[in-house]
Design a protein around this ligand. Structure first.
Ligand code: SF4
Length: 448
């Protein structure tokens, strides 16, 4: 059987695309291998959010190109994902050994592409399309990574055009997937033993805005998913702050399977910078949204994303980001130094670029602030009893532990000599570190 190796970079959306591609390839008789040297087909699913990631992808295919030239002429090399969508045919100029380039809009052309490259063709499939690929996707099973959580994309693309972001150029305009396909995917995953469904999209809370034939939004989808029988959890990421409606918050609060967790990227704590980023809210509006979610959903965890060193950002404006994390009591935040991306508006403001050393220093202070708040947030749970879905069994610093997540997405470490992966367990929180809670089992009967 031929073997395929896929290196996946970047976000969950890419990981989900990889699972779909592996599903298609298994229909063609390919077996997945984790060892690139064993593979007949080598693919990289690229991410274009930061230059570093793009450089890594080219360096990786460079290595594979050498293998092909030196002693493995039969291997085929595929360049896929967001960078592929952007570079298209130009990829061949930079990496002549690549057999196919596959953009984010055309992943369901993969079986056809494989046939063509095996006939000696070189293929580039990157044409932008605003249609969802659901119809074609129906024929393929998804080859999910073994885990307790199944990622299910519900929207693709984005219409927001934040001035720093490449996503609208690589993933296209926003398209919502049909509810019946999402529900079918969820049922399939649950029947395979998955215990958690995470709905995925650049802006999940604008799900359904583009439906012409029905008034059906994220809250409706959550209700339908919640009514599927059995014990499991539902999450959704990422929320655009001003698209979070009262009805969505109420639904999230009311439905028993929907977890108390919102990921609401703020990006900067300063209103002027937010305007330059083309975000559709200011500091005050963001604060009101977070306060509303906290008031309506008890015990909710709210996480965010921030960029340090956006072009023109002053030290004072950066200080507003640090103070926002405190003021809005953000439980955890992903952080990054600004990285200019070709085609985006902010990348053209070269005279406003912040020097690398200042960006690095701001990012370090931002990370310290995130750590401080994460620890503060974790301390609130000491002494409480929480339901934990166990995700793994490992040896941590010489002790056997099981690890899992609470409904509000806190990681918990629990001593155990038995693997309890996939079980819902009651855990008493006994302490915490910056990134996780420590707990002990109090009652194991939640599954019954
Ligand atoms: S909302 Fe902004 S940051 Fe998020 S994907 Fe869309 S353009 Fe990018």
């Amino acid at each position: 059987m031929p073997k395929v190796y896929i290196e996946t970079m970047g976000c969950q959306m890419n990981k989900s695309d990889t699972e779909r591609m592996l599903g298609m390839l298994s229909h063609l008789g390919y077996d997945e291998t984790k060892e690139p040297k064993e593979a007949d087909l080598l693919m990289v699913n690229t991410c274009s959010i930061r230059q570093l990631s793009e450089d890594k992808a080219f360096s990786l295919i460079g290595t594979w190109g050498k293998w092909k030239k030196e002693n493995r002429p039969h291997i085929k090399i595929g360049f896929c994902g967001c960078v592929a969508q952007q570079k298209a045919e130009n990829t061949f100029k930079r990496a002549h050994y690549v057999d196919f380039v596959l953009g984010t809009h055309k992943i369901y052309s993969l079986p056809e592409i494989i046939k063509r490259i095996n006939n000696g063709e070189r293929v580039c499939e990157c044409t932008e399309t605003n249609a969802t690929e659901d119809e074609k996707a129906k024929d393929f099973e998804i080859n999910r990574v073994k885990s307790v959580n199944a990622w299910i994309p519900i929207t693709e693309g984005c219409n927001n055009f934040c001035t720093y972001c490449i996503v609208p150029y690589t993933r296209g305009r926003e398209r919502s997937r049909a509810p019946e396909l999402i529900i079918k995917e969820a049922k399939d995953a649950l029947s395979q033993g998955f215990k958690e469904i995470t709905l995925l999209g650049q802006n999940v809370d604008s799900y359904g805005k583009d439906f012409k034939d029905k008034n059906y939004r994220l809250a409706d989808l959550l209700r339908e998913l919640n009514s599927i029988e059995g014990k499991f959890r539902i999450r959704f990421v990422t929320s655009y702050p001003t698209d979070i409606t009262d009805s969505l918050i109420e639904t999230a609060k009311e439905l028993d399977k929907v977890c108390e967790y919102f990921h609401i990227p703020m990006q900067s704590g300063n209103s002027e910078v937010l305007k330059k980023m083309n975000r559709r809210y200011d500091r005050e509006t963001y604060g009101k949204i977070v306060a509303k979610v906290r008031k309506m959903v008890p015990d909710v965890t709210i996480t965010s994303d921030f960029i340090a060193g956006f072009p023109g950002e002053t030290e004072e404006q950066f200080q507003d980001t640090l103070s926002a994390i405190d003021e809005f009591e953000l439980d955890y935040s992903n952080t990054a130094a600004y990285s200019p991306r070709e085609k985006t508006i902010a990348a053209k403001w070269t005279d406003k670029y912040i020097p690398e050393d200042i960006k690095t220093e701001r990012l370090a202070r931002l990370n310290d602030k995130v750590k401080e708040n994460c620890l503060k947030s974790n301390k609130k749970y000491i002494g409480r009893e929480l339901e934990v879905l166990i995700e793994g069994f490992e040896n941590h610093k010489g002790k056997n532990i099981i690890t899992g997540r609470t409904r509000n997405n806190k990681i918990v470490h629990i001593p155990s000599d038995t693997d309890r992966t996939g079980e819902f367990l009651n855990v008493k929180i006994t302490g915490c570190k910056t990134w996780y809670l420590n707990g002990e089992l109090v009652d194991n009967n939640i599954n019954l």
